[in-house]
Design a protein around this ligand. Sequence first.
Ligand SMILES: CC(=O)N[C@H](C=O)[C@@H](O)[C@H](O)[C@H](O)CO
Ligand SMILES: CC(=O)C(=O)O
Length: 289
Amino acid sequence: MKGIYSALLISFDEKGNLDEKGTRDIVRYNIDQMKVDGLYVGGSTGENFMISTEMKKRIFEIVKDEAKNDVKLIAQVGSINLYEAVELGKYATELGYDSLSAVTPFYYKFDFEEIKNYYMTIVNETNNNMIIYSIPFLTGVNMNVEQFGELLSHDKIIGIKFTAGDFYLLERVRKAFPNKLIYAGFDEMLLPAVALGVDGAIGSTYNVTGKIAREVFEATKSGDLQIARERQTYLNDIIEAILSNGLYQTIKEILKEKGVDAIGYCRLPMKKLSKEKIEKAKEIGKKYL
Ligand SMILES: CC(=O)N[C@H](C=O)[C@@H](O)[C@H](O)[C@H](O)CO
Ligand SMILES: CC(=O)C(=O)O
């Protein structure tokens, strides 16, 4: 389960309908061109928190059908509707996903006892592996080393997707749980995370930068810091340009520019790119990728 994972983008039409053909094409591009080790399906990047349960299921189904066993597949099933999370967890488990992942429950200020019960419920009901999805800047949920430890003490809770810039916490968690999987969540901070010993990385930009991410990953692991820094700087020039133009919309336009037959809209309330920004996205793709 180690290595580079794309947080999969999903193709939607202008009305927000799922574009199955385009989504399959994005899966293929990630596997065949970006050579990623796996796909993280139903994450933030998959616009997961803006879609219905039925659509989530359909996405899990077509991604598995397209990817088969070519790469590892992680299904993000977390939801503050725990009943939905369990239903999706069972569904993805039956489809053969290698692991589940669940975002920490957000919006209400759940206490740790509630958070723990949330993870235990999903794990016990599905009997699949679980990767905790920690992304405090969007959820407001911060966990400390002891709390991560209480969750990770369960055999089926195999790791953490750590989307934070708190490298002290990352190092403490790494030291405390050498045998669990830790994935770096911020693409722009891949190098320092790998230097601290993460097992892999899961990110949105890897849909188009997967090969560069692998260079950063490998160079850092083998101690070629000069190369690693040069590649991270190149990656960050791309990420900076993407972030200033509209994150997911811009990556979708770059995919189209690369010949992927996807549509390119995001689900409401995410906005459409202006004509200028679409042009800018294509320029980013041409210039760097
Ligand atoms: C909210 C979100 O999309 N987070 C992603 C992973 O956790 C990242 O891959 C970022 O998109 C990326 O690092 C750009 O900031
Ligand atoms: C990793 C990330 O971007 C996601 O949750 O989609």
